[in-house]
Design a protein around this ligand. Structure first.
Ligand code: ADP
Ligand code: GN1
Ligand code: MG
Length: 362
């Protein structure tokens, strides 16, 4: 029997399992579809990336607490908790949300949300608005959540830590690629002070610590068949941090007129139309709960997280491509350049971004 079917059968799935097939486009985990007969729900099987998530049990505990809270609040607000919130499935006869195989690999199962679609990029302002509304609503629903979460990837969006890793990568130059990317290294170094000044503000408590998703790119939200935001997925990186991680990563993803790894840099830019649409959608749901300081710094969030992504892709290239899945040899360098083009576009249009946020606040 297919080994994935055997693993799927360990979970509390109340139907026959017909097949398990690869699906999804994530860079981190392996995602498979568990097919069941007509009339039964399908499921998602995931092998969680142990290198990226050193403590999968703690991560699944975070997901258990967050989804329980979301299901309660969605139901209280008259929504459909089954479609709007991920349902994790435990191992048969237990409440354990993961299986560890003979190689020490971690596996999890959640319900497949039928009728949903995902997008890799924005194709209309309406879609950007909906994405913003979906993430804004997610924050609104989590507003009353006050359980401490495990920090499953320490310092995930902490640029102080990222610069420490960066300095180490440069010093070690393990893949021998440093000399060939001198210009790209300059992009990072020229911005170190400005980025660290913002990091310092975060550390000194100018902004509240919230429950954040930390990976709000467009492929991590399901839309319904009419492209209305349905369910936020990929909850692996849920932790306590600042709102800028979620707004910023979404801006990085939703405003890009090109692909995240576009080889044609002429296609890459920050669309003001999509920026405005996303911001409107986001603030329509959670604008009321943000502080004046958070609102003031929202326009910088996209630059902060896009900068971080340039650094992380280039660092992975310097480290010999050990973190992100790559599709071809210099993929991480292509990603670096494409994300830098997006960062430059945000920098050049920064005054416009600020005035758009100011207008959307009214
Ligand atoms: P990764 O961490 O590798 O990005 P994700 O959890 O984001 O993995 O899943 C990868 C893709 O699988 C998603 O972008 C989405 O298309 C699909 N997917 C994941 N979970 C579900 C679900 N519960 N229902 C429907 N599709 C899903
Ligand atoms: C990864 O898991 P996925 O594909 O949704 C990464 C994000 C990056 C993103 C870039 C845990 O997201 O931080 O922003 O790729 N996730 C992790 O596309 O590192
Ligand atoms: Mg994902």
């Amino acid at each position: 029997m297919n080994r994935h079917i055997e693993i799927a059968k360990l979970f509390d799935i109340p139907c026959e399992i017909v097949d398990v097939k690869p699906m999804g486009e994530g860079f981190i985990n392996d995602t498979l579809l568990i097919e069941t007969p007509e009339g039964c729900s399908n499921y998602i099987l995931q092998r969680k990336n142990r290198k990226v998530f050193p403590d999968v049990p703690a991560m699944m505990e975070n997901i258990r607490c967050v989804t329980a809270h979301l299901k309660r609040t969605v139901a209280e607000n008259g929504g459909n908790a089954d479609k709007e919130v991920l349902t994790q499935i435990p191992l048969r006869g237990t409440d354990t949300l993961y299986h560890v195989d003979e190689n020490g690999e971690y596996w999890t199962v959640c319900k497949f949300i039928e009728g949903s679609v995902t997008h890799d990029r924005v194709t209309s302002a309406e879609l950007a608005f909906e994405g913003g509304r979906g993430i804004g609503r997610f924050h609104k629903l989590l507003g009353g959540f006050n359980k401490p979460l495990h920090e499953t990837i320490p310092g995930f969006h902490n640029l102080r830590l990222r610069f420490e890793q960066w300095d180490e990568a440069l010093a070690n130059d393990v893949a021998g690629r440093k000399a060939s990317v001198a210009e790209e290294i300059g992009w990072i170094e020229e911005r170190r002070n400005e980025i660290m000044a913002f990091q310092q503000m975060i550390e000194t408590g100018v902004f509240p610590v919230r429950v954040t998703h930390n990976d709000t790119k467009i492929s991590n939200i399901l839309f319904d068949s009419e492209n209305k935001a349905l369910c936020v997925i990929d909850l692996d990186t849920m932790m306590s941090a600042s709102i800028f991680n979620d707004f910023g990563d979404a801006i990085r993803s939703y405003t890009n007129t090109g692909a995240e790894d576009d080889a044609d840099l002429n296609r890459v830019s920050c669309s003001l139309e999509y920026f405005e649409a996303y911001t409107r959608g986001f603030l329509s749901e959670c604008g009321d709960m943000l502080t004046p300081q958070e609102l003031e710094w929202l326009p910088f969030a996209g630059r902060f997280i896009t900068f971080e992504q340039v650094l992380r892709f280039l660092m992975d290239y310097l480290n010999g491509d050990t973190y992100y899945k790559i599709a071809y040899p210099h993929h991480n360098l292509v990603r670096t350049r494409a994300q830098f083009a997006l960062l430059r576009s945000q920098e050049l249009q920064y005054e416009r971004l600020k005035s758009i946020v100011a207008t959307c606040r009214q």
